[in-house]
Design a protein around this ligand. Structure first.
Ligand code: MG
Length: 252
């Protein structure tokens, strides 16, 4: 089931994608279940928004694909390398990623995003599925120059607009069959099976929930494969995970 958050005629609602329409839900399904209002909104009349605004944080994993760790000039760390993006960095499908004046190099990073559905603390990897609401797509936008100069990544990864999410949350996604692909102006730049992740989604949830309490609506970005590149003004970056959709954002 694909869940969208959308605006239509001035109202913001959640809906289930049903062919070319949205079946409108009573409230946020993460908390209110899947009661429908009976209303249907044509997809062409709706503006899709980020399908979730993280309740407290976006937890990210760095260097979780060996080929990306290599292109960054090193080996992947033995344990997941965690960092955070603030929820104020989140934007939705079609929203503009904006280059901050502090940076001369802003890169895309296409990633699978996990949406947490219940309070999670010290969750065993074997139980990780029970705290997952669903999956969406994330772009871990990075000011690469500031990442190098700062050492710490809070600024380089945390600017407003640096966390596009969407287009929808798929609640029944098959991780084993997924591939993440990133296109810049239609040209394929990144392509990797999700099974290339060094630390699996379940392992990441176990590792992260031993550090932070994860709240419903928190998001985990699971790392990017090789092929990162800077964006130039006027570019459009599209990240596709078959079975979830395509997250497209212009860069200015
Ligand atoms: Mg990343």
């Amino acid at each position: 089931m694909k869940i969208a958050r959308f605006s239509h005629r001035g109202a913001i609602n959640f809906g289930i994608v049903d062919d070319d329409a949205l079946v409108v839900l009573n409230g946020d399904p993460m908390f209110a279940g899947f009661d429908t209002t009976g209303e249907r909104v044509p997809l062409t009349e709706a503006t899709l928004l980020a399908p979730v605004i993280p309740r407290s944080k976006v937890v990210c994993v760095g260097k979780n694909y060996a080929d990306h760790a290599a292109e960054m000039g090193g080996e992947a760390p033995a344990e997941p390398l965690l960092f955070l993006k603030p929820n104020t960095s989140v934007i939705g499908p079609g929203d503009r990623i904006v280059r901050p004046p502090q940076s001369n190099r802003v890169d895309f990073e296409g990633e699978l995003a996990v949406v947490i559905g219940s309070v999670a603390k010290n969750v065993a990897a074997a139980d990780a599925a029970s705290v997952i609401f669903g999956y969406t797509i994330g772009n871990d936008v990075t000011a690469r120059d500031l990442q190098k100069t700062d050492g710490q990544w809070a600024r380089a990864k945390g600017f407003d607009t640096f966390c596009p999410l969407g287009p929808v949350i798929e609640t029944e996604f098959d991780l084993g069959a997924g591939t993440v692909e990133t296109r810049l102006n239609g040209v394929l730049k990144q392509s990797a099976p999700l099974t290339d992740m060094i630390h699996s989604v379940a392992e990441i949830i176990a590792y992260a929930s031993a550090v932070f309490t994860l709240l419903p609506g928190d998001v985990i970005l699971t790392g990017t494969p090789a092929g990162i590149e800077p964006m130039e003004s006027g570019d459009t970056v599209e990240i596709e995970i078959a079975g979830i959709g395509v997250l497209s954002n212009p860069f200015v």
